[in-house]
Ligand binder design. Structure first.
Ligand code: DGL
Length: 262
């Protein structure tokens, strides 16, 4: 099974990509809806939650872990790699690699939650071997709740997106990393506000592209995953809103079960 976890339902944008690119694989998803959002929490808390989320997936037979959450990827990926004993994929590095190959002017914008932006992880990883690249980061804390309320096309959403993107526009970025699970569903608005020429890097697309390449090269792991197309979705709190948001993000209705984790 491919195990995917997120702070909530936003990580279903990664599952949507797995459905597209690796449709037959068994998937187990855990969304920590009882403790969401992670983006406003401390590093210590996010690490604790990420460990518990990964344990749940491993206990249920996951042979690969995909951290769909940018916030958890930013602060807990290295720890989970050391501790979990299975390949761990996270969403930061695939997006960094895609942005580095897309940028022509060496001006990359990053948008994400407060925790992701203040971790500085995108900037650090982009600049590691590329000191000359300019990274302009912008936390966009209002976007997650707007997506969760399904305010995808409201004028207020467009205004807020415009306001958040203005500093990046002023700096004339040519590449923008969508560094949060929820942002791919706002891609069209973001595109029209930042400008059509700016390349948008969708971390969900990039991580699944790399996962697919990895599976093509690692037949032992690939075989261990199982390919009967079954999918299981678990959440730590099941409010009436959860399946509604899930349907929006995933483009289909799925059965969700509530579990205690941690
Ligand atoms: N999943 C989070 C992320 O990608 C967004 C929601 C949250 O803050 O928990 O950063």
């Amino acid at each position: 099974m491919i195990g995917v976890f997120d702070s909530g339902v936003g990580g279903l944008t990664v599952v949507r990509e797995i459905f597209k690119k690796l449709p037959d694989y068994k998937i187990i998803y855990f969304g920590d809806t009882a403790r969401t959002p992670y983006g406003t929490k401390s590093k210590e808390t996010i690490i604790k939650y990420a460990r518990e989320d990964a344990k749940f997936l491993l206990d249920h037979g996951a042979k690969i872990i995909v951290i769909a959450c940018n916030t958890a990827s930013a602060v807990a990926a290295d720890i989970l790699r050391k501790e979990s004993g299975v390949p761990v994929f996270e969403v930061i590095m695939p997006a960094v690699r895609a942005a580095l190959s897309a940028t022509k002017k060496g001006k990359i914008g990053v948008i994400g939650t407060r925790a992701t932006v203040s971790s500085g992880v995108y900037e650090t990883m982009i600049k590691k071997d590329n000191q000359g690249i300019q990274v302009i980061s912008q936390p966009c804390p209002l976007l997650v709740p707007l997506v969760e309320e399904a305010w995808l096309n409201q004028p207020e959403t467009k205004k807020i997106v415009r306001k958040y993107l203005q500093p990046l526009k002023n700096q004339q970025i040519d590449t923008l990393i969508l560094g949060c699970t929820h942002y791919p569903v706002l891609k069209n608005i973001i595109k029209s506000r930042i400008g059509k020429k700016v390349v948008l890097v969708d971390s969900a697309e990039e991580v699944v592209r790399e996962l697919k390449e990895f599976l093509a090269k690692n037949s032992g792991v690939e075989k261990s995953l199982g390919k009967d197309g079954s999918h299981k979705f678990y959440v730590s709190d099941l409010t009436p809103q959860v399946p509604k948001i899930a349907e929006k993000l995933l483009g289909r209705v799925v059965k969700m079960e509530k579990v205690e984790v941690g």
